[in-house]
Design a protein around this ligand. Structure first.
Ligand SMILES: [Zn+2]
Length: 77
């Protein structure tokens, strides 16, 4: 590998790392904002799993309750 290619690769890798760090910072900020505004617990008292809260940032119900509500909505529609 030539010197210029190596320098380019290093710069490229650094840019990639900075981008990843930036994304992590944003994700962390979003996560802490969610923790402040949305309760981690469902009305039924069950904790809402982190994975679910990340996938659905404004999730207010646990999966069981969400499924129940969706089923009721479908029935009444
Ligand atoms: Zn629930």
């Amino acid at each position: 590998m030539s010197v210029s290619n190596r320098a380019f690769e290093l710069a490229d890798r650094r840019a990639e790392e900075e981008r990843a760090a930036g994304i992590r910072r944003v994700q962390q900020a979003i996560r802490s904002a969610i923790e402040v505004t949305v309760s981690p617990f469902c009305d039924c008292g069950e904790p809402i799993p982190d994975a679910r809260r990340q996938a659905v940032p404004n999730a207010i119900r646990c999966i069981d309750c969400e499924t129940f509500v969706e089923r009721q909505n479908r029935r009444s529609a």
